[in-house]
Ligand binder design. Structure first.
Ligand code: BDR
Ligand code: CA
Length: 332
């Protein structure tokens, strides 16, 4: 039971609508102390991701949180065009205008911020990573002892049984940089994978964000509502079960819930490898038996990942509503 344990967190993100939702959940959660935001390409370019992270913090009155710009492309494959049809060309559902904001980037790379913070507070900081995993892979190159210096790493990405969302077997974050993902799964972090097996079980109605915006009457929750409305349009057109409630999948916010309320997930432990090439590129493969395989790549030195397989969806939705409805927005 992890209730009421304070989690000190670096958020590695590509905002992105569900990233924005996750960021605000983290800022609003009483048990999360968000001490840094590292950005990556993914839903948008890394420049836009960093701009969005700064903006989302500024309008929520949290402009003091360090934000860095990280990797702009995958380690090996070519960078793909950002999915503007899901998140908007600006990543936040094509905002019609922006308020002025004065916070600026921390000059370090995202990998450097992760390494510096982990060295300063050994064993105390967790990373919640909800984009392609290039920043963590670079951080491992800068500091090979990183797995021992961090507390936990929670990754939104991958899938075991649920069909993929960029191919029949691949989830977008892993597919965007499969080589980085395979390094991260093999590094020895205390790692939890929050993939489509659980994120596709949690459908968030747009009406929930309308209630939150009405309750706070604040620029931050207005921006979130605008972004979620755009994103819900995409998901409702794609998935009949989402269309029924007119809403969306919360994907990234579930990574924070897995950190703070792990008891509402059912997990399995096993070795995870990522297909880096070919038709199955980006597939996350979980070794689910005790068998010894003749194929290389599944030896005992591949560390175990805790993989979320099921979630209590209603408890998840209740938690998102309770946290975002709380009194977390101090400045208007
Ligand atoms: C993941 O891909 C991105 O589009 C979302 O922000 C989320 O991190 C879902 O597959
Ligand atoms: Ca994301």
């Amino acid at each position: 039971m992890e209730a009421h344990r304070k989690h000190t967190v670096i958020f590695d993100t590509d905002p992105g609508v569900d990233d924005a939702m996750a960021l605000y959940f983290a800022l609003a959660h009483p048990d999360i102390d968000l001490i840094g935001i590292t950005t990556t390409f993914g839903n948008v370019t890394v420049e836009q991701a960093a701009k969005n992270a700064l903006y989302l913090c500024a309008i929520a009155g949290r402009g003091e949180i360090p934000v860095t710009q990280g990797v702009s492309q995958p380690r090996v494959k070519h960078v793909e065009a950002p999915p503007d049809f899901i998140h908007g060309a600006d990543g936040l559902g094509n905002l019609p205008s922006r308020h002025s904001a004065s916070n600026t980037l921390d000059p370090r790379s995202s990998a450097q911020l992760i390494v510096d913070t982990a060295r300063q507070h050994p064993g105390k900081v967790s990373v919640v990573a909800v984009g392609p995993l290039g920043n963590l892979a670079r951080a491992l190159e800068l500091e090979p002892e990183l797995p021992a210096l961090l507390s936990k790493v929670v990754v939104m990405g991958g899938t075991v049984f649920e069909p993929g969302n960029v191919s029949p077997v691949a989830e977008a974050n892993i597919w965007n940089d499969p080589h980085a993902a395979d390094l991260v799964f093999g590094a020895g972090f205390q790692l939890t994978m929050v993939g489509l097996d659980v994120t596709h079980r949690v459908i968030l109605p747009l009406a929930l964000f309308e209630r939150i915006a009405k309750h706070h009457h604040h620029p931050a929750t207005d921006v979130l509502l605008h972004a979620v409305a755009f994103y819900s349009h995409f998901y409702s057109a794609q998935h009949p079960q989402v269309a029924k409630v007119h809403g969306c999948f919360g994907h990234d916010v579930l990574a924070f819930i897995a950190l703070t309320q792990s008891e509402i997930f059912r997990c399995e432990s096993g070795r995870v490898r990522v297909a880096t090439e070919g038709l199955a590129q980006g597939q996350t493969m979980l070794k689910r038996t005790l068998a010894t395989y003749p194929q290389p790549g599944w030896e005992n030195d591949v560390p175990e990942t805790t993989v979320c397989m099921q979630v209590e969806a209603d408890a998840c939705i209740r938690q998102i509503e309770a946290v975002l409805m709380s009194d977390w927005l101090k400045t208007k």
